[in-house]
Design a protein around this ligand. Structure first.
Ligand code: G3P
Ligand code: CA
Length: 372
């Protein structure tokens, strides 16, 4: 294993200003990987171009060059893992237009947040398969609405089947990065997500240390549990606010901010391989939305032996730091390439993006500029 030092001239200056060049980051122990390039994770597929979490979105991401496709996972009533960002499906399917399911509309509290809508755990897979995906943010991505009503909600197995087919067709191993969504919530319903994840990876020959698979969670307890069953890499997701839901429910006072301190990172390294922080954990913004000084989280994580794969880069102004916005028009593209490069200057190991094609371009530009 070798230590990668990917500082450009710009980031060398920035690192020197922060005192990082003399810090342990440079003398850190070898990282757990040898790949010498930033890996691109197609966030919810290529969700900048297709309704998220559809096979069409994942396939486009792979064809655009994504190293990994990323299905978020929730459970149906009959215990089947399906790809949705949350269990409430009114925002990403046409369920509201199905009168036969009108009486399923209800109000629940999910991880402390009251939500009204339709929930996957109240639908069998057969029922869910009668629905079709719709664009989550039609105001920002109106072009994607032409695909509304066309694509099913895929099962995790269908995503793995797609991964296998595209790996053969494209001649490269397409990675998959499943995320367990609301694991404590589903466990309390008797629909724990983890057994299904382990079974699916076992059944598909993917529970091995060299499989191109990483399993993610915003919670801690289920990653520790998965670490006992899985040989693949695990990703501790890190929000820029709040605390893991299982910590909250157990009365553990630690927050995500605590987890990215050196002691917290050392604990994460005992059960996971990667942290997946919000980009703001790496590049904070001020109250006006402009970037401030980078944190030391990347260097600290590397020192702990963890890779760093932040989320999520999107091209539209509304999602970019003010430094990179092109106008006040929320849906117009800003200087997203500039934002990618600012993140790559921080020596990150991968990036989640709704726009994998732009991420690949920026990644390759950055590598070329660094002479790699
Ligand atoms: O898994 C990385 C990123 O996807 C986490 O955020 O909310 O988009 O799943 P979210
Ligand atoms: Ca995710």
């Amino acid at each position: 294993m070798t230590i990668r030092v990917r500082l450009t001239a710009l980031s060398v200056a920035g690192a020197a200003a922060l005192g990082l060049l003399a810090a342990p980051a440079i003398a850190a122990p070898p990282r757990p990987d040898t790949a010498d390039r930033v890996e691109v994770f197609g966030h919810r597929g290529a969700s900048g171009y297709r309704p998220e979490h559809t096979l069409a979105s994942y396939e486009l991401a792979a064809r655009m060059g994504a190293d990994y496709i990323e299905p978020d996972l929730v459970s149906t009533k009959d215990g089947v893992l399906v790809a949705r960002h949350e269990n409430e499906i009114g925002g990403t399917t046409d369920v509201a237009a199905h009168p036969e399911f009108a009486d399923r509309k209800t109000t629940k509290v999910i991880d402390g947040v009251e939500m009204t809508g339709w929930f996957t755990e109240d639908f069998t897979l057969a029922e869910l398969k009668t629905l079709r995906a719709t664009e989550r943010i039609p105001d920002i991505r109106p072009n994607n609405t032409i695909y509304n009503g066309r694509f099913e909600v895929p099962t995790f197995q269908e995503v793995l089947d797609l991964r296998a087919r595209l790996s053969r067709e494209l001649g490269r191993d397409i990675g998959v990065a499943p995320e367990t969504k609301h694991p404590s919530y589903f466990a309390k319903l008797g629909l724990a997500l983890e057994p299904g994840v382990v079974k699916a990876l076992n059944d598909n020959g993917l529970n091995r240390s060299n499989a191109k698979v990483v399993v993610q969670s915003f919670e801690v307890g289920n990653l520790k549990e998965l670490n006992r069953s899985l040989r693949v890499e695990l990703v501790q997701l890190i929000s820029n606010t709040g605390a893991p839901q299982d910590f909250i429910e157990a009365g553990d006072p630690r927050t995500y901010a605590d987890l990215v301190k050196p002691e917290g990172l050392r604990e994460i390294a005992s059960y996971a391989d990667v942290i997946g922080p919000d980009t703001k954990v790496i590049l904070p913004v001020n109250s006006d939305g402009y970037l401030t000084e980078p944190t030391t989280v990347v260097a600290d994580a590397h020192q702990a032996g963890l890779k760093v794969v932040p989320y999520t880069v999107r091209a539209e102004n509304t999602f970019l730091p003010a430094d990179f916005q092109s106008s006040a028009e929320p849906a117009a593209y800003g200087d997203v390439l500039g934002f990618f490069h600012a993140l790559f200057d921080q020596d990150i190991d991968g990036i989640f993006s709704d726009f994998p094609d732009i991420a690949v371009l920026a990644r390759d530009e950055h590598a070329a500029a660094a002479g790699r």
